[in-house]
Design a protein around this ligand. Structure first.
Ligand code: CTP
Length: 224
């Protein structure tokens, strides 16, 4: 699987409210970072699009590009997806962003005695967008963070809705945690899960092996 190009997104987005405030989430970037490290070690050319997260990989073989907002990531995906064989969308992209006049991003909301109502607008679904225009040879992997009792049903719905090849499902507690109790759903309905709870650094090579096996099956038509 050497010299193939894997594009990975990781970390949160920060959606500006004004020049100094944002709406974000607690994604640490740990999962995407661990996957990038595992893939580079296995000979993949890796580009990691990383949001404003505290965890960044140290492997110099990884081409690291930072983004802040959903719009930044949208522009980067439009540039980099055409060059990728596999896209792994582990970023925790905001579903809503403040609807604020961009001219105001240079300013600051002031304290007033009356309440402040912040209007939010939906962001575009970046994965669905790139999946709808992909080449047949490109493989796309989504992530889903869900309440544990809804995990399997939600992962199945997301695989359909986003038209991807695989969805990695994780319970909500996975965010910002060291470990993961994940599962992977494939397009043919198969589900695979590790035998036990794993550290993200150990889940990443497990997941990489599933991605490599699926990529191989797609190119040869042989599934083991
Ligand atoms: N995603 C995306 N663009 C968004 C939101 C999410 O590309 N604006 C991607 C994530 O990177 C992830 C997948 O879609 O790979 C699922 O994200 P999630 O937030 O769980 O799903 P949503 O489509 O936002 O659905 P819901 O909020 O109903 O769970």
């Amino acid at each position: 699987m050497t010299s193939q190009h894997m594009l990975i997104t990781a970390g949160p987005t920060h959606e500006p409210i004004d020049a100094v405030r944002f709406l974000g989430n607690r994604s640490s970037g740990r999962m995407g970072s661990a996957l990038a490290t595992a893939a580079a070690a296995c000979g993949w050319r890796v580009t990691l699009l990383m949001g404003p997260a505290p965890i960044v990989p140290t492997d110099t073989r990884i081409s690291l590009i930072r983004f802040r907002t959903c719009s930044d990531l949208q522009a980067l995906l439009r540039e980099h997806v055409p060059k990728a064989d596999v896209l792994v969308m582990a970023a925790a992209v905001a579903d809503y962003r403040p609807k604020v006049d961009p001219a105001f991003f240079g300013g600051k909301f002031r304290r007033k005695s009356e309440k402040l109502v912040l209007e939010l607008e939906p962001t575009p679904d970046l994965l669905a967008e790139v999946a709808s225009t992909r080449r047949p040879d490109q493989m796309m992997v989504g992530f889903a963070l869900e309440p544990r009792d809804e995990l399997e049903a939600s992962v199945r719905a997301k695989l359909e809705r986003k038209k991807v090849d695989m969805v990695v499902g994780n319970p909500l507690e996975t965010m910002d945690s060291e470990s993961v109790e994940g599962m992977v759903l494939f397009k043919d309905g198969r589900i695979e899960r590790p035998a036990e709870k794993l550290a993200k650094a150990a889940f990443a090579p497990w997941l990489l092996e599933k991605i490599e096996r699926e990529a191989m099956a797609r190119s040869t038509g042989i599934r083991h």
